[in-house]
Design a protein around this ligand. Sequence first.
Ligand code: MN
Length: 145
Amino acid sequence: MILRHAKDCTWDGVPVLPYKEDGTIFKSVTRQVLFDGTGDLPVQFRYFEVGPGGHSTLERHQHQHAVMVIRGSGRVLVGDTVHEIGMRDVVHIPPMTWHQFRAPEDGPLGFLCVVAADRDRPQRPDESVLAELRTRPEIAEFIRV
Ligand code: MN
């Protein structure tokens, strides 16, 4: 089975969906599901694109993410560190680790993301978690909630 790449990180027949529909805080993110596995490969393989100036939701959860950047560049918070990320860099988000992706103002950040098909719901930070995260100036500047 081949899913043909169409143009600019879209694929033939794959709808470009909203990132989430759960009312959490994010900006300019789209989602495409490239593979929806069952049986001995129970994973979802997705492509997310964060538009210029956009960001994903600040969240954590028990399930993990394996991510590869395939368009543009940006920054990601993983735990207590903000990393610069670029083409073909691979990011692992371990269990219960706060994370958020941001695109630069002048371009998109697109990445592939593998996740377990059966997974827990993301948690959002409460005020005490935000206060703790913001004790680090680098994180206070970075996060969008
Ligand atoms: Mn996540």
